[in-house]
Design a protein around this ligand. Structure first.
Ligand code: WQD
Length: 339
């Protein structure tokens, strides 16, 4: 079996990707420092696939530990790198925590991959790199703009580091996947999003409000130049997103890549406003959501949704789930977690 390392594999997108990798027949090794996840996620993965992935608790900032890991797992053929801090607001308050955790760890992993005869590397990037794009939908050729946060900057810098490394390390091939807004959960409700503390993201805040954990949803502004005044995003089901990682990895392992460094936008290609997401939730749950309109949130872009042509045509991947299906899966997960 082809062995793949998934860093951050016990996280929200990581765990869903591990499930799809195992379904595809890969042997998966997970590294996670458990700073934003729990070892119990392993049970959820095993309950779905029947296989418990190898798990090593490791802080990737420990350079010596990273070297020792790769010395032990010399047969790793590919890495999908999710492990990173990802709270936009926190990154503004703690920039050095973000630069150390998101950049140094990437460098340490790439230095180990450099020693292998060949390696395929999938990088978890974000549409945040585009900032407020001038043209919509957003293609991969849209200019990367001055990041709005240290978090976004670490994604931009990370892409540059990988691009420069692939130029000089002949056996290294990489794909950066720029996610739009991942939401939802696996249909089994055995894995899903487990935000720590008060959710920063819209959908977990909606489901926690509906289940009674939060009093009401604050909608951050309804005076934007959009059809209903609220911001527009491209909400992609996390299982669709996970499957894209397996397709991208296969592209590199089979040598179908067109260059040693490629980027793909991963979204549905459809924009949905905050209020449309709320209406979708109310439709699928049959519950009225308690929300109020408040002031805008600093740093929010008005509208972002993907041009999916490159991923559809070059990766041969497209999303299968609708917004309603994603919202229902998020609600089912919330009810399961709180049961
Ligand atoms: C979506 C919309 C908010 C919460 C961020 C990161 C991105 C990625 C996904 C990591 C916005 C509105 C939200 C709330 C609201 N993260 N909202 N009330 O900001 O598009 O993207 O998370 O990879 O990199 O930038 O996602 O879910 O925070 O917000 O009105 O309580 O929902 O204003 O318009 P965002 P989000």
């Amino acid at each position: 079996m082809v062995k793949i390392l998934v860093t951050g594999g016990l996280g929200f997108i990581g765990s869903h990707t591990v499930v799809e990798l195992q379904n595809e027949g890969y042997e998966v090794v997970i590294i996670d420092d458990l700073s934003n996840s729990s070892e119990k996620v392993l049970d959820g993965i095993a309950a779905i696939t029947g296989k418990t992935p190898i798990f090593e608790k490791l802080d990737l900032k420990e350079k010596v530990g990273v070297k020792a890991f790769f010395a032990k797992h010399v047969d790793i053929k590919g890495v999908i790198h999710f492990a990173a801090s990802k709270a936009v607001g926190e990154s503004v308050k703690e920039p050095l925590l973000y630069y150390e955790n998101n950049i140094c760890t990437l460098v340490y992993i790439l230095k180990e991959l450099k020693k292998l005869p060949e390696a395929s590397f999938i990088f978890s990037s974000s549409c945040t790199v585009y900032g407020q794009a001038d043209e919509l939908p957003i293609t991969e050729n849209a200019p990367v703009k001055q990041a709005e946060s240290p978090y976004g900057n670490t994604k931009q810098i990370g892409e540059e580091i990988i691009k420069d490394t692939c130029k000089v390390v002949s056996g290294l091939k990489a794909i950066a996947l720029r996610y739009f807004n991942p939401i939802g959960a696996h249909e089994s409700s055995k894995i899903g999003e487990l935000p720590t503390g008060v959710p920063q993201n819209l959908v977990p805040f909606i489901t926690q409000t509906a289940i009674g954990l939060r009093h009401e949803l604050s909608v951050f502004g309804d005076d934007y130049p959009t059809p209903d005044g609220t911001c527009v995003r491209d909400y992609i089901h996390v299982v669709d997103l996970a499957k894209a990682h397996v397709v991208a990895l296969g592209r590199l392992l089979k040598g179908n890549n067109k260059s040693n460094y490629e980027t793909f936008n991963l979204g549905t290609g459809k924009g949905s406003s905050v209020l449309e997401v709320v209406q979708s939730f109310e439709r699928v749950s049959g519950k009225k959501l308690n929300y109020k309109i408040v002031d805008r949130r600093e740093g929010d872009v008005i509208s972002a949704y993907a041009d999916t042509n490159k991923a559809n045509n070059d990766l041969g991947w497209k999303t299968q789930f609708s917004l309603d299906e994603a919202m229902l899966s998020a609600w089912n997960w919330e009810k399961k977690v709180r049961s």
